[in-house]
Structures are given as C-alpha cells and as structure tokens.
Design a protein around this ligand. Sequence first.
Ligand code: RB5
Length: 145
Amino acid sequence: MIAIGSDHAGFPLKQEIKQFLDEQGVEYLDVGCFEPVSCDYPDIAEALCAKITAGECDKGLLFCGTGIGISMAANKVKGIRAACCDDYFSAKYTRLHNDANVLCMGGRVVGPGEACEIVNVFLNTGFEGGKHARRVEKIAALEEK
Ligand code: RB5
C-alpha cells in the first residue's frame, strides 16, 4: 500500500496520479486534501509520514505547488527520506542510491504525462544497497544528533 497526499496546489496533479495508479492496479491511501481548497502542506506531509512510520504504507507520494515545501516538511519526520524529483533520472536514482521512501513533485512544475513516468520508476526501482546502505545509515545517524 502506498500513501498519497497533496495541498491545494498539488491537488490536480494528485488526481491525475490517482487515475494512473488505478490503471496500474496500485493500491493507495489518500490522506488529503480532498478538495482544492487552500490548506497547509506541512499538515499533509505529517499525515502521510505517519502512515509510513506506523508501517501502514511503505512509500508515499506528495504534491504541492513546487514539491519543495512539502518535501522539507516530510524530511523533518524521523525515518522519512523524501526526495523532490521533477525528472525521471532523479526519481530512479533516489531509489537506487538514497532508498527514498517519499517522492515529492510540484503540481505547478511537472505535467501529468511526465509525472506518471516519474511515479512509475520511483515505485518500481529497488535500493541498490552496498556502499549506499552505509550512506543511508549515516543519514539516519544524523537524526539522533
Ligand atoms: C501554495 O501556494 C504553495 O506555496 C505550496 O503548494 C508549495 O509550493 C510550497 O512549497
């Protein structure tokens, strides 16, 4: 199960991605917002990250206007590695090298067709491990300082 969420600015792209996930047969849990009415992206990030840290969902997709604010908020949560990726290469390598568990995108930045490709590679690429595991462990160690 994956979690998905957006603020008002990311809402239209989230709707497009939900349709794509339906077509792919990917199950998701939408944590809001549920209508394109102004709301605060940190609240959405917090709700989505809680699903991951509770073990209810293993990955998350977050959308705001730029993808930046919502990724900043998500990265404050222990155990969350959120990557703001507006291109395919970054989304692929943040899975291979960073074991990112949350993908963030800007609804005002990326078009729906490209966004679906980015989501697809993020959800279907594994972590490479090896030397990258050591580096991800060092990210976790920073959370304890
Ligand atoms: C909302 O207008 C906008 O600031 C927000 O969606 C996001 O882009 C912040 O980083």
